[in-house]
Ligand binder design. Sequence first.
Ligand SMILES: NC(=O)c1ccc[n+]([C@@H]2O[C@H](COP(=O)([O-])OP(=O)(O)OC[C@H]3O[C@@H](n4cnc5c(N)ncnc54)[C@H](OP(=O)(O)O)[C@@H]3O)[C@@H](O)[C@H]2O)c1
Length: 356
Amino acid sequence: MSTVGTADTADTAGTTGAVVVYGATGHTGRFIVAELRRRGIATVVSGRDEARLAALAAEGGADVLVRPATVDDPASLDRALAGAAAVINAAGPFAVTGGPVVEAALRAGIPYVDVAAEIEANVTMFADHAEAARKAEVPVVPAMAFYGGLGDLLVSAATGGWEAADEVHVAYGLSSWRPTAGTREAGTVSHERRAGRRVRFTDGALRYHDDQLAQQEWDFPAPLGRRTVIAEFTMADVVTVPSHVDVPEVRTYMAAEAARDLAGADTPAPEPVDDLGRSDQTFVVDVLVRAGGLERRATARGQDIYAVTAPLAVEAVERLLSGRTRTTGVASAAAMFDAPDFLRALAPYLSVELSH
Ligand SMILES: NC(=O)c1ccc[n+]([C@@H]2O[C@H](COP(=O)([O-])OP(=O)(O)OC[C@H]3O[C@@H](n4cnc5c(N)ncnc54)[C@H](OP(=O)(O)O)[C@@H]3O)[C@@H](O)[C@H]2O)c1
């Protein structure tokens, strides 16, 4: 049975120990809710549309609490988070939702995790909230998702936690990319924020430019092999990795087919093909780190970048709640968690190989 929490004052009934998913009705939010339910974690579904939230909770068939809230109404966010243990923000654009939801988490004194893949929103999370989060001793983990989080964990696992490197490369070998409405919206918002310019991380900083994106070949491990990728297809790893690794060059690459899909106005949204709701998209994330003549590599394989974001975010929350953390305040996945141990815990969803 689902319950709608509409009390004007903070109503904590049923929320003790629960994890709030803000943006629960989205494509990724639904995967996150399902993952929480699979792990037996009490769940509060939140977002701006009460009717859609109630329908989602009813589908859950068990005790899922409904707490509608809008980002322009801080009191509604406070009600949504009242008594909860943590919040996962899956509502994009994060340029709009990130600030209000993290501020509500800090007021409530509970951990905040988001799945933002908007580089400027990721930067803002570190720049604007680090001090308040550190003072409140509240952990905040931005980009705890396929883009940003996974690459960061792989870099750390590959190197055994090097604190400095000369270069980090993250190549995304996606078989296809059927984008959700939220992904398209994130792209539009980021494009507008950059006034149509492109961004790269070089010489130790994010730099905006107008260069055309170049293609090159990338040797993914077998069986994928040599593929054409778009170079400097810049993803959230350029924020997460340099947040704790002293590295002047971080480059991310995207399989040319997937980049074409994403750019296509008619590319359809993902369709489920299995009983977990995953699409037939497969991925290989290939990370290469170089430092002082040494080279380390880590590769992760799996199915469906949206679906795999759910165990990444939920594993993070479980670790935050059980104190399996390395710091507090705003920190990326690999700064917050023991990367090899975290990746091992995702074994049902991800296969990871490390090679030296
Ligand atoms: N880093 C990564 O690897 C990664 C992975 C997955 C997703 N993401 C990001 O996560 C976001 C969601 O993706 P998705 O695939 O779930 O997209 P989606 O299916 O379109 O869902 C978007 C969600 O955001 C909510 N939302 C949009 N604007 C809002 C606002 N102003 N206030 C409150 N809620 C709002 C929507 O609520 P309604 O239901 O009310 O419309 C919906 O729940 C995107 O920004 C995407 O880039 C990143």
